[in-house]
Design a protein around this ligand. Sequence first.
Ligand SMILES: Nc1ncnc2c1ncn2[C@@H]1O[C@H](COP(=O)(O)OP(=O)(O)OP(=O)(O)O)[C@@H](O)[C@H]1O
Ligand SMILES: [Mg+2]
Length: 327
Amino acid sequence: MSAAKRKKKSTALTNGPSETLDTELSELESETSVEELEEAAVAASALIAQVVAEAKAERKVSLPEPSAPPFIDFDKVSIAFNGRKVLDKVSFHVGRGQTLCILGRSGVGKSVSLRILLGFLKPDSGRISVDGQEISTLNERDMQEIRKHVTMVFQNGALFDSLTVGENIAFPLREKGGLAEDQIEQLVTRLLELVGASETVSLLPSSLSTGQRRCIAIARALAAQPEAILYDEPTTMVDPIMGRNIGDLIQRLKLQLGITSIVVTHDMRFAIRLADLVLFLEGGEARFFGPLDEFLHCPDPHVQQFLTLDEYNPPRPLAVADQLPGQ
Ligand SMILES: Nc1ncnc2c1ncn2[C@@H]1O[C@H](COP(=O)(O)OP(=O)(O)OP(=O)(O)O)[C@@H](O)[C@H]1O
Ligand SMILES: [Mg+2]
């Protein structure tokens, strides 16, 4: 607002309400140009877009109502191998559109949990349900149906080496049937745009980096239009920037498509960015299951030890005595 306008406004404020209104109206009529209004509208819409983006970035997705049935539900699931209990009455649940991160040290049963959920391993006891349907008793044919709704992104991408990226993504679309070739092409283009890898469409998987392969695997998983995607260590063996891209992608799939995610990770920073819920496994038990904030403040010494060990320790500079001669 110009100095002249500010002066007018302060004068107006000292007068009565109708006089103030009159002054304001005459001010608008006389001094506010269409250009100024247009500028203000552009600024306002930019501000709204920024606030919306910030709110989304804050990812304060509300937890489902206690009464809402969970999309994926593990209830007292146990499994042992050669007499050794790997999971002992482990329970957790994930609501539609939520992200659960499974944390814990090596060998605690994180990957086993995903394999049980996909029906590749049968639990010794306990119930697992997907969208209200009990799945632990299903046969292989029925499990294949479930895997169309709950799909897995494997670490190596599990892509077909002899097919191009585009053909790999088109594969589940062709298998599903009912789509014309030009529709398949359009979908492949859209999916590649979504994962930020349009330039790879005609490349073979062997010429892609590990991170790119994972993004393509996510695009191919999406082609099957799943409701939930499971990721086992999606940031292992990729650089921090690619790790961040994969994290952004998982977040976008949640915000734009409402995809439910279960992410097994060792990477606490990654978990902090993504998780609505955390499952922390140790010694066969679910030592913690609940919202991320509660996990970060959980007084359980096992949780505290895991969080402390994960803290980044910069490498110590070499002591003079450790250095090689001549260095
Ligand atoms: N099919 C199997 N037969 C026998 N033992 C198995 C089988 N699958 C997993 N295990 C054992 O179950 C335990 C948990 O394995 P799992 O792969 O879930 O560990 P994890 O938590 O994913 O570890 P990491 O972080 O190293 O990947 C391990 O001791 C593993 O050897
Ligand atoms: Mg594992």
